[in-house]
Design a binder for this molecule. Sequence first.
Ligand code: 5GP
Length: 121
Amino acid sequence: MAYDPSNIFARILRGEIPCDKVHETEHTLAFHDIHPQAPVHVLVIPKGSYVSWDDFSAKASDAEIAGFVRAVGEVARLVGVDAGGYRLLANHGANSHQEVPHLHVHIAGGRPLGPLLMKAG
Ligand code: 5GP
């Protein structure tokens, strides 16, 4: 899938629409999810143009990958979910119901989160 530069997170990165920023590095931006599904629900995105985890893991540089992994951990500590525990989630493609075609890792926490996946309907 080709990267679509009109996606909403690309627009946030370009400053065309606002976000509630939590953290920023050379390679990453983190901001609160607009429709939080837990008391803490933050999204961490790379600044590079990567559609999803599949794209990022295949094409990103070592510096981007290391920076992204470190940023996710830093953000979790920054928002205070490291002690109580948190869940990381990254959707890729149709079966995962990925809505925004720019890689993002969800950090969710602040309460017991229950089972990992919904049962198939
Ligand atoms: P996905 O289903 O692609 O893994 O998750 C996309 C997430 O992006 C959803 O949780 C949704 O609430 C969030 N989201 C969509 N549009 C915006 C936006 O404009 N701003 C922010 N902060 N989050 C958004």
